[in-house]
Design a protein around this ligand. Structure first.
Ligand code: PMP
Length: 297
């Protein structure tokens, strides 16, 4: 288990930097009881130009939008949030870190919008790049939530019950992770990552309707354009994946992670020969502020 904080950890909470071990929250809050809160997952890297947060603006714009979509009043500007996050990193002497901003709501057992809203920003150390083994994936028995039941575009705490159920089911069945379908039976995404697969020189990913539109997904699409790799957003059924040449998940925390098999059926190509491997290497260069040309040449 990762140690998320120790006696020296300092976090930002509602205008103050406080020790994580001394920070307090109300046990009667709406977020704790109903999952009605929003959060982000952001990375900082030790880059060739010093410690840098990757795409902080995109993450904090999504946090603001998540609040807006949920009707949670939130008044910090993106610039303030970025500055506070750099302070959290500095105060904890972090370089390669995972950053977790959480907007949570105070006591209110009514099912109404809150007046008492808090912000916490914390961070913990992590590997520069995650060293993940290629994943063995199952098709999850759980669907992604109906976008008309809850706004899936927002990164809402309560939505992660669905992710926990899918991950637990996958592990119980002896897989590393699950792939969730949408309401119509099309492939949507992983429990905490977006999904891409390669077939005959083209990369495919589901459109942003029943998924969290990931910031890594957007970066992957940008990389494909930059490297002139053909990429398409389309709906597809899980059966198509049994014919895939290669596949990967992508997220801020996992970056680009290879998929080895679907329901025990291996993908056709070795990861090192896949388009995903090239995208993975390019992504690693971008987050470390190294130039693209290293990969293109
Ligand atoms: N989908 C879900 C359900 C997620 O939790 C995440 C991780 N935030 C992603 C996709 C990937 O999003 P991002 O690339 O912005 O981390």
């Amino acid at each position: 288990m990762i140690e998320y904080f120790n006696d020296d950890t300092v976090l930002f909470l509602d205008g103050n930097f406080v020790k994580a071990s001394e920070a307090k929250m109300n046990l009667f809050g709406q977020t704790l009881h109903y999952g009605y809160g929003v959060f982000e997952g952001i990375r900082s890297y030790e880059t060739v130009n010093g410690v840098k947060i990757f795409k902080p603006r995109a993450h904090y714009e999504r946090l603001q939008r998540s609040c807006q979509l949920m009707g949670i009043p939130f008044h910090y500007t993106v610039d303030e949030l970025i500055q506070l996050t750099y302070q959290v990193i500095e105060k904890n002497n972090l370089s390669n870190s995972y950053i977790r901003p959480l907007v949570f709501c105070g006591p209110n057992m009514e099912l109404t919008s809150p007046t008492d809203v808090s912000l916490m920003i914390t961070a913990w150390e992590c590997e520069q790049h995650p060293n993940l083994k290629p994943k063995r994936i199952c098709i999850s028995a759980y669907q992604r939530p109906n976008p008309k039941a809850v706004t899936v575009e927002a990164k809402v705490c309560g939505l992660y019950v669905n992710s926990i159920l899918a991950t637990t089911e996958a592990k119980r069945r002896g897989f590393d992770d699950g792939l969730l379908l949408d309401l119509s039976g099309y492939v949507a995404e992983g429990p905490g990552a977006n999904f891409f697969y390669e077939k005959e020189g083209v990369i495919y990913t589901p459109p942003a309707t029943s998924i969290l539109p990931g910031i890594t997904r957007k970066t992957v699409l940008e990389i494909c354009r930059e490297l002139e790799l053909p990429v398409e957003e389309k709906y597809f059924r899980p059966e198509e994946l049994f014919e895939a040449d290669s596949a990967f998940f992508c997220s801020t925390m996992q970056e680009i992670v290879a998929i080895e098999s679907f329901e025990r059926q291996p993908v056709a190509k070795a990861w090192k020969d896949s388009m995903g491997a090239l995208i993975q290497e390019t992504y690693r260069n971008i987050v470390l502020d190294k130039s693209y040309s290293y990969v293109i040449v």
